[in-house]
Structures are given as structure tokens and as C-alpha cells.
Ligand binder design. Structure first.
Ligand SMILES: Cc1ncc(COP(=O)(O)O)c(C=O)c1O
Length: 430
């Protein structure tokens, strides 16, 4: 297992932010877009596995993996070696217009993802939002239909198509309208009756190109649907010739203990959207679909950097490590984390509730005066940071735990101990 040489993690040697971090943040404020949502004053310098050092030499335990991205841990030596080797040979040639091996090899690999019978094909891009845009365009093109159905609470990215099908926070759309027309929404985990009502009242089923769904909703709180929801969507799609598009950008490629999170629900999608963890930190996105659906002609969609050879080499090593070792580890550590969070939720003095998740997509809600509280959740995350633990929020009052898939049992225990301490220091009127 890929671990760090650090003796003690976390290990803080300055007040936070330290002097170097404070100086960088002052410079950042002058030149970086204010649209970013920095949650605490962390200025990263280097990282390995689940350990991250800031510019002042403070060492943190990272349970964010850069928002569920560094799946094999920060700077895995095999990933670094593949990147260095490929960079010395060929950094770029644009796979849209030319051929090169790493892109083809990675497509062969991703084409083996479980999408039911028949050969699959892959389209490469650079990010999650771009994967969603590609899926939207392909679904419209292939079906000749314009409408799409998406979920309240869904988050798919911030480009126009992705933003238009999002349903997690109004501020993502505020001031940017008009959105893409023809987007209908259903409640996540809804009954078949809700879809039927849409079809009967405002959304003719034979005009719907695709249903977009996150197998586990990420941004809006690591919500795991009931067992029947995704199979119900599959059934409805089959009945009406609609494509089922799963956004596995956060949940996919081993994070939940399976290659795809939809596998937990026995569902095979028509289009899978991937990004985040695919290349352990290099920018890469992809959609995978049945070859028979990939009917768009040359010139209809492409991206200069999509399928960059260096990112593809990083992804090939990442997938090797995930399949060989880290997916099983994600499942085991997920069980450990879930048990730990359940134990913490059972201690009424901590003010926590609703532990949930699959594999290394775990979350818990933070309470104040017995009610879910975004305010106290933010305070807990700040307190954890000041104790050397990096966490992220999700949903209205959730804290998410999405470490690298290589996280060790010891690191999971240390995290649980610090998180408990952070809750105690902000227990307030729980
Ligand atoms: C489920 C899901 N879809 C799409 C995206 C957008 O990905 P990106 O930020 O790479 O565009 C995200 C990012 O958080 C996500 O979690």
C-alpha cells in the first residue's frame, strides 16, 4: 500500500494560517476570481497519499482528496513515474485529429466498464462538466429528441448544459439565465408515479432524450437512493426509448467499492460520465456508451485537450491500482468509516445524525439544538482544520468523508478521533 514517510500526521507547527500561507492568500485575493469557495486558509505545497503539507510545513490528514479526485492518493509513485515517462515522450498531439497509443489503450480499458451487452465506445474531454455536455449532446443527437429529465438536488457542473440540468443550489444559476430549455425535474428517489405525472402533464415521454442521475447524489449531501429508484428509472427508460445517463463523476471508478456505483443497484446505464478520480489528479473526463449509441459523425463533437496522452497514462496506472488493490480497500475502509460514524452519531453529546454512504463516499449531518445546521457544520469543519484534518461539507448540514482510495485503517481511525474532537469543541447547544 502507498503510504507516507511522515512519522506523525497531522503535525502542526504554526498558528493557522501560518505566515507563508497568509502571504499567499493576500496575493490570491488580488488576482483570483471571487467565484471560488475557499473554506479554510489552506495553501498546499506538497502531498503524498492522504498526507498534505502546507507552505509553512504544517502537515494535515487529507480526507478530501482534492474533492474526490486523487483516487490513488496524492503523488502515487507509479502515477508520477507514468506522467514523467509520458511527458518526456509526447505531451500533446490532440487526439481529436491524430492518433496515439495511450488514448486508445485507455478507451479499450474504459470500454470494458459494465454497460450490458455489446461493444462500447469512449469520448474524451477534460472535466466533469464537459463529460455532461458531451452526454447531453450525444443523447439529443442520437435520439433526435430535445427534452431531458434531471433530479432536484443534482449537481453536474457549471457549464451551460450542466448548470441547466443542476438542481442543488439556486445560486449556481442565479444571474446566468436563460438556461437550456426542455429540462424537467423529478425528486431524487421519487416513485414511478412522479415520472408518469410528468409524462402525462408537461413532458411527452417520446420527446425525452435522456434521464440524468447521480447514483449517489454528491454535492447535495451524499444521498444514497432506495434500492428501487435506479431500477425504476431503467425500466421507464426502456419502455420509452430514453437513454439513462449516470453521472459517476464523483461516485465512479472504485470509490464506492465497485467500479461504478450503479452496480450496487443492479442497473446498467446507457451513458456513463466520468472525470474526477479517473487520472488521480490530472484533468481528464470521459463518457462511455454502447457503440450503437455513438452515432454522431466526424466533426460533431471534440475537444483539443481531451484524451491528452499524459492524462491517459496517469489514468491507465490509476485504473490498474484501483482494480488490483484500492477498490477492495475502498470497500473495507468504507465499512470501517460507516461503523465509526454510526458510533459517533449514537453519542448524543456530539450533535450528529444520519450517517450514510457507500464505500468512501460517507457523510454525516451536524446538528444544533437538535436540528441539522449548516452553521455548526461549517464550524466543525473549521475546528477540524485547526486540528490538522481536512474535510469538506455537502448538502445543507453534511460533512463528507471522501479520502483517497488508498486510505489506511490507521488513517481512518485518526480521522474519526479528530472529527470527534472537532465536534466536541463546537458542541454548543446540541
Ligand atoms: C457528480 C458531479 N458531476 C459533475 C461535476 C462537475 O465536475 P467538474 O468540476 O470537473 O466540471 C461534479 C463536481 O463536483 C460532480 O460532483
Amino acid at each position: 500500500m502507498h503510504t507516507t514517510a511522515q512519522q506523525q500526521v497531522p503535525h502542526l507547527i504554526t498558528a493557522l494560517p501560518g505566515p507563508q500561507a497568509a502571504a499567499w492568500i493576500a496575493r490570491d485575493e488580488q488576482v483570483i476570481s471571487p467565484s471560488y469557495t475557499r473554506i479554510y486558509p489552506l495553501v498546499a505545497a506538497r502531498a503524498s497519499g492522504c498526507t498534505l503539507e502546507d507552505v509553512d510545513g504544517n502537515v494535515f490528514l487529507d480526507f478530501t482528496s482534492g474533492i474526490a479526485v486523487t483516487s490513488t492518493g496524492h503523488a502515487h509513485p507509479d502515477v508520477v513515474a507514468a506522467i514523467a515517462d509520458q511527458a518526456a515522450k509526447l505531451i500533446h498531439m490532440s487526439g481529436t485529429d491524430f492518433y496515439y497509443g495511450p488514448e486508445i489503450e485507455l478507451a479499450e480499458r474504459l470500454a470494458r466498464l459494465p454497460l450490458g451487452d455489446g461493444p462500447n465506445k469512449v469520448f474524451f474531454c477534460n472535466s466533469g462538466a464537459e463529460a455532461i455536455e458531451a452526454a447531453l449532446k450525444l443523447a439529443r443527437y442520437h435520439t433526435g429528441r430535445q427534452r431531458v429529465i434531471a433530479c432536484y438536488g443534482g449537481f453536474h457542473g457549471r457549464t451551460f448544459g450542466a448548470m441547466s440540468i443542476g438542481g442543488s443550489k439556486a445560486k449556481h444559476q442565479h444571474g446566468f439565465g436563460p438556461m437550456l430549455p426542455g429540462v424537467h425535474r423529478i425528486h431524487y428517489d421519487c416513485s414511478r408515479a412522479e415520472l408518469e405525472e410528468q409524462f402525462a402533464t408537461c413532458c411527452p415521454a417520446d420527446e425525452v432524450a435522456a434521464i440524468f442521475v447521480e447514483p449517489i447524489q454528491g454535492e447535495s449531501g451524499y444521498r444514497v437512493p432506495s434500492a428501487g429508484f435506479l431500477p425504476m428509472l431503467r425500466e421507464v427508460c426502456d419502455e420509452h426509448g430514453i437513454l439513462l445517463v449516470v453521472d459517476e463523476i464523483q461516485s465512479g471508478l472504485g470509490r464506492t467499492g465497485r467500479m461504478l456505483a450503479v452496480e450496487h443497484f443492479g442497473v446498467t446505464p446507457d451513458i456513463v460520465c466520468l472525470a474526477k478520480g479517473i487520472a488521480s489528479g490530472l484533468p481528464l473526463g470521459a463518457i462511455v456508451t454502447k457503440a450503437k449509441h455513438m452515432t454522431w459523425p466526424p466533426g460533431s463533437h471534440a475537444s483539443t485537450f481531451g484524451g491528452n496522452p499524459v492524462a491517459c497514462r496517469a489514468a491507465l496506472v490509476t485504473l490498474d491500482l484501483i482494480e488490483r488493490e484500492y477498490m477492495a480497500n475502498a470497500a473495507a475502509r468504507g465499512v470501517q468509516l460507516a461503523a465509526g460514524l454510526k458510533r459517533l452519531a449514537g453519542d448524543a453529546t456530539l450533535g450528529l445524525s444520519n450517517p450514510r454512504g457507500l464505500g468512501l463516499m460517507q457523510a454525516i449531518d451536524v446538528l444544533e439544538a437538535g436540528e441539522p445546521s449548516g452553521h455548526r457544520r461549517d464550524a466543525v469543519i473549521q475546528a477540524a482544520f485547526r486540528l490538522g484534518l481536512l474535510l469538506l461539507g455537502c448538502g445543507a448540514a453534511g460533512v463528507r468523508f471522501c479520502p483517497a482510495l488508498c486510505v489506511s485503517a490507521k488513517e481512518a481511525d485518526v480521522m474519526l478521533r479528530i472529527f470527534e474532537q472537532a465536534c466536541r469543541t463546537t458542541s454548543g447547544n446540541t
